[in-house]
Design a protein around this ligand. Structure first.
Ligand code: HEC
Length: 111
C-alpha cells in the first residue's frame, strides 16, 4: 500500500504545481547578488543616468567581464574602474557580470 500512497501524493503535488504555475510565471525569479555586485549598482544604477558613469543596462555578461579584465590589467584607462576591477578575482568578476546582465526585475540586491 506504500506505493499507492506515494503515487497519490505525487498526483497531488503535480496538481499543486500546475495550479501555481501561472502565478510563478508572473513573478520574476529573484537572484541574490554575489559579493561585491551591489556596490556596482551604487555607481552604475539609475542615478548615474546622464552622468559620466556609463550604464551597464543591456550589457552581456561576457562584455562586462571583458571590460573588467581590460580595467584590471590597465589595457583600458579608467578613473576608478582599474582599482575596482583589481579588487575582484576572475571568478568573482564572472559571477558579478552574470548577475548584472540579468534583467533588472531578477536582480535582488540584498544577499
Ligand atoms: C565609484 C563608482 C563606481 C563603482 C563602485 C563601479 N563603477 Fe564601473 N565605472 C565607473 C566609471 C566612472 C566608469 C568609466 C570608466 C572610469 O573612468 O573608470 C565605469 C565603467 C565601467 C564599465 C565599462 C562600461 C562601458 O560601457 O564602457 C564596466 C563594465 C563597469 N564599470 C563595471 C563595473 C562593475 C562590475 C562594478 C562592481 C564590481 C563597478 N563597475 C563599480 C564607476 C564605478
Amino acid at each position: 500500500m506504500k506505493d499507492g500512497r506515494g503515487r497519490l501524493s505525487a498526483t497531488v503535488l503535480l496538481a499543486a504545481l500546475a495550479a501555481a504555475a501561472p502565478a510563478l510565471a508572473d513573478t520574476p525569479v529573484q537572484v541574490a547578488a554575489p559579493p561585491g555586485a551591489a556596490a556596482c549598482s551604487g555607481c552604475h544604477g539609475p542615478a548615474a543616468l546622464g552622468s559620466a558613469i556609463p550604464s551597464l543596462e543591456n550589457h552581456a555578461a561576457a562584455d562586462i567581464a571583458v571590460q573588467m579584465q581590460a580595467f584590471r590589467n590597465g589595457e583600458r584607462s579608467a578613473t576608478v574602474m582599474g582599482r575596482i576591477a583589481r579588487g575582484f578575482t576572475e571568478e568573482e568578476t564572472r559571477a558579478i557580470a552574470e548577475w548584472l546582465a540579468r534583467p533588472e526585475a531578477e536582480r535582488h540586491a540584498q544577499p
